[in-house]
Design a protein around this ligand. Sequence first.
Ligand code: OGA
Ligand code: ZN
Ligand code: ZN
Length: 386
Amino acid sequence: MNTAAFADYRRYPLISALTAAQVLPDRVQVHWADARLSPFHHQWLRDNCPCAECVYSVTREQVLEIVDVAEDIDCHEARIDDHGCLSLTWSDGHRSRFDPGWLRAHAYDQQSREERRANKAQSRLWDSNLQLPVFDYQALMDDPTVLLAWLRALRDTGLTQVRGAPTEPGSLALIARRISFIRESNFGVLFNVQSKADADSNAYTAFNLPLHSDLPTRELQPGLQFLHCLVNDAVGGESIFVDGFAIADALRRENPEAFRALCEIPVEFRNKDRHSDYRCLAPIIALDAQGQVAEIRMANFLRGPFDTSVEQMPVLYRAYRRFIAMTREARFQVIRRLDPGQLWCFDNRRTLHARNAFDPASGARHFQGCYIDRDELLSRILVLER
Ligand code: OGA
Ligand code: ZN
Ligand code: ZN
């Protein structure tokens, strides 16, 4: 039997050594050198056995299904071996061996879980006083440390600017692919933001665009959005950003009824042209399993008529008006104008963006944009951190 002690590509530093293991009726109680005590249920340990029979060594994915093991499986022996690993012998003769670093990283005693929660990357909420995270194009193309710093800023702050990029059309793809795959849409792999006569979106006019997320019309809104400035000779067209999470949080404190309505009442967003018809029905604010704000979905110009009960309709309008009014408040807004060779990259499911109207008669304006899903960002961060 293979004695692999964990099956992962990550490393698990030894935080504290194992000092003793005690077999109890339904669990093994592990003692650490720093005096922490971690219980692990027999089921859990058997389920996570990293041996070559339970995990295929090539893919490092589990082949064992816990339902194929007796529910009342018993542990016959638990000891700390010469390598400091937890070594177990099960009632059916199977053996498991656990690396102490891996075990500590996955311990589920209360203190370990609280520690993990505290160490988890936190969204840093921001307002008009944001110190905008700015990165140099060449540095993040050449230097993995700068790339990682940029990606972490995207994850934690959700708004970044890059300067010193080329101004050739199409060059945005190079920088986006530095992160990962581009998410194509009906607007293309890269989309051209220019005022056009036959616009299939208000984005492709010279109108102002109120604060919005892109593609709220899709079940999964794109995670990252890029807007790359190639030409900006027109008067107007400044970019505006707000932290949607900060606004939702403020709404939760200042107007709980409105907050609840936006979390609970679904609203339809639509995007249609001659060839496509996308619709998504979902609440404007999405919460995660812990009740934290996880996503904002908003674009007034893509919204369908509200469809809710007669009783709820005034509640929804009050909430919607309040939310939009807050996005217009100066305390939340960051306003900047992009020059050619500069680009925005932001969390499209958190940070709402807007554009002031511009005057196409005063000069040309050409931006290119694209999307990347949030999973790609998070995966890239974890691989760079390995
Ligand atoms: C868009 C958009 C902003 C801009 O195309 O969705 O928000 O500055 N554009 O033109
Ligand atoms: Zn096994
Ligand atoms: Zn947009």
